[in-house]
Design a protein around this ligand. Structure first.
Ligand SMILES: [Zn+2]
Length: 93
């Protein structure tokens, strides 16, 4: 959940707070995290992740989910409340 002040800060920094290509971004993020993205896709992602706030958030979220799934024995790296936040977010997708 974003506060209004973080949206204002994002706007001032020229960062988008909504994404018109979210579905496309998500496919790219999945591909990158799966290690299946092409160089072109990776470059595109790097160019865009600085300006696309929902997709940056999504990237970190998916990355955290994957890491917590890969490291079931190291759950401490993904605190309980973060896991709950992730579950909530997934329900909203
Ligand atoms: Zn995006």
């Amino acid at each position: 959940m974003m506060s209004n002040s973080s949206v204002d800060a994002a706007n001032k920094a020229g960062i988008k707070t909504s994404c018109e290509n979210h579905e496309k971004c998500m496919r790219m993020i999945q591909a990158i995290l799966d290690g299946e993205a092409t160089e072109e896709e990776k470059n595109h992602f790097r160019d865009n992740m600085d300006v696309c706030m929902p997709c940056i958030n999504e990237y970190h979220l998916v990355k955290c989910i994957k890491e917590s799934l890969c490291n079931r024995l190291e759950r401490k790296t993904c605190p309980e409340n973060l896991i709950n936040t992730i579950k909530l977010k997934l329900d909203l997708l």
